[in-house]
Design a protein around this ligand. Structure first.
Ligand SMILES: [Mg+2]
Length: 216
């Protein structure tokens, strides 16, 4: 079987949900945290926890902002259609928060496609506290170990395709048989001499998958 694993923010969406919220509701200080993670000074666990601790607006306000700002990426509809035509399996692996990404995903009508992410709670001062995804961890670098989902698919004998764009995609993309990337993920894979097909729009991924026909 062929299994398609997709990052959510910036890959299946027009914008990154957490970037939108941090830009709207915090000072620009969060970007210094992001830079420390991209340079390897801190890992994604500390990065996400530190960034989200800066957010204290209530969930309904944050969700309203996301509903105004976040749209499905061009080509998402076509990607899902191809997956269904080919009887492939698709899973969405988000490094963000399930109450936000999951809510958008269901609203867009894709609730039958599994989406996994972190959860969150609130500290006494109202700031967001990340509750890491419950899935086991391979390298213990991220709150949500996306790679675990791929390793399970590989154990099932599946051919694994990964589509992503950012820091939490580095580790799972390494494990995939076929990779599509943009943003910092593309740079990382190229720097590490791993086979990757660059893309700007998901429509290009769909076109490539159609001709490639990754039959499982
Ligand atoms: Mg992303």
């Amino acid at each position: 079987m062929t299994e398609i694993f997709c990052d959510f923010d910036g890959t299946l969406t027009n914008k990154d949900t957490l970037v939108v919220l941090l830009n709207r509701y915090t000072s620009s200080d969060w970007y210094a945290i992001e830079e420390r993670a991209l340079s390897g000074e801190i890992d994604e666990r500390d990065c996400l926890r530190s960034e989200l601790a800066l957010l204290s607006a209530p969930d309904d306000q944050l969700m309203q902002t996301l509903e105004e700002e976040i749209r499905p990426a061009d080509g998402l509809k076509e990607l899902v259609q191809l997956v269904r035509e080919e009887n492939w399996r698709m899973q969405v692996l988000s490094g963000g928060l399930i109450r936000f990404s999951g809510s958008l995903w269901r609203k867009w009508g894709y609730g039958d496609i599994p989406l996994y992410a972190n959860d969150h709670d609130r500290d006494d001062d109202g700031s967001i506290r990340v509750i890491p995804a419950i899935t086991p961890r391979i390298k213990n670098l991220c709150n949500h170990c996306k790679r675990w989902h791929l390793e399970e698919a590989i154990k099932r004998g599946s051919k694994v395709v990964y589509i992503g764009d950012g820091l939490t995609d580095f580790c799972p993309a390494e494990a995939a048989h076929v990779r599509y990337a943009k943003g910092t993920l593309l740079k990382y894979l190229q720097e590490n001499s791993l086979d990757v097909t660059p893309f700007d729009s998901l429509l290009e991924v769909v076109e490539d998958l159609r001709t490639f026909k990754v039959k499982g």
